[in-house]
Design a protein around this ligand. Sequence first.
Ligand code: FMN
Length: 328
Amino acid sequence: MLTTRLTQAFGIEHPVVLAPMDLVSGARLATAVTTAGGLGLIGGGYGDAEWLKRELAAAAGTRVGCGFITWSLARHPEVLDVALEHQPAAVMLSFGDPAPFANRIRAAAVPLLCQVHTLDQARQALDAGADVIVAQGGEAGGHGVGMRSTFTLVPDVANLIANRSPRTLLLGAGGVADGRGLAAALALGADGVLVGTRFWATEEAVVPVRAHTRAVAADGDETIRTNVYDIVRTYDWPAEYNGRVLRNRFIDRWHGREAELTAHLAEAADEFRDAVSQQDFDIANMIVGEGVGLVQEILPAGEVVRRMTQDAADRLGRGTPRTTAISG
Ligand SMILES: Cc1cc2nc3c(=O)[nH]c(=O)nc-3n(C[C@H](O)[C@H](O)[C@H](O)COP(=O)(O)O)c2cc1C
């Protein structure tokens, strides 16, 4: 329905890529997205080699890629070998300088996707030889820098690419949760989208039912960017990053009082761990973006791909997009 440079370069039917959401994007979700005509990326996350081996093996026979949190990969560089041994459809690097890993990925003839949050990071990704740049706005679920919105970052990066490296592809990320978002991203100059939150809210995502129920009831005003959960999980994120999550009682207690949280860390971390095991999302974290307000039901991932692309094609059929829209 929607043919773009991305669908042509990757030999896929739809310009929709599943975000590598840490442990949420396992083999089941990634293969569901690929089977529906998009491209699934397994979440390499913080670098659990055994988990990654298992998920890549479970996805064998279906073309999927995977993604890494770059600053964490730098501490476990051997995990990249695990990925490359499986000849992934792509490797995505987010949150850190891609340069130290870019050559190994490209030498393995694996397309390199780099997620960026600013123009400066986009320049760095082009310098590293990225095949695809993912421009993530602050609406996004999960980590980022959060200072730019998708609506301006995507065309800014599109201009940069046009001037410096026209063969490089561009994905828009952050707040794309339905056909309107996909159509808008293509109109802004992207070749496709990277979607997290909408796929988090699918049957194949590794997400507790209680979290899904809460997400369906939430609206887009209820998320917040914070580093409360990084403190409590003792994740060592570089200072410029924070993450968008659903607001809850724990956030209301600690956001803005991070020094105090650090002073009471042992107690708060125990409370957090208990809440995770009891699926108590008044305290445990739900990592979702502003697009959570557009999630009305938990669907199979393939259905999300179909609805999003059909609706975007219908909308673009009425306009004059840069991309080729063929309805049918
Ligand atoms: C639950 C969740 C976990 C995420 N984990 C990762 C991750 O491990 N690595 C990564 O590069 N991005 C991660 N992200 C960010 C996504 O790559 C992407 O930028 C974001 O989901 C796009 O915005 P959206 O959520 O509005 O679709 C995560 C996002 C969510 C919602």
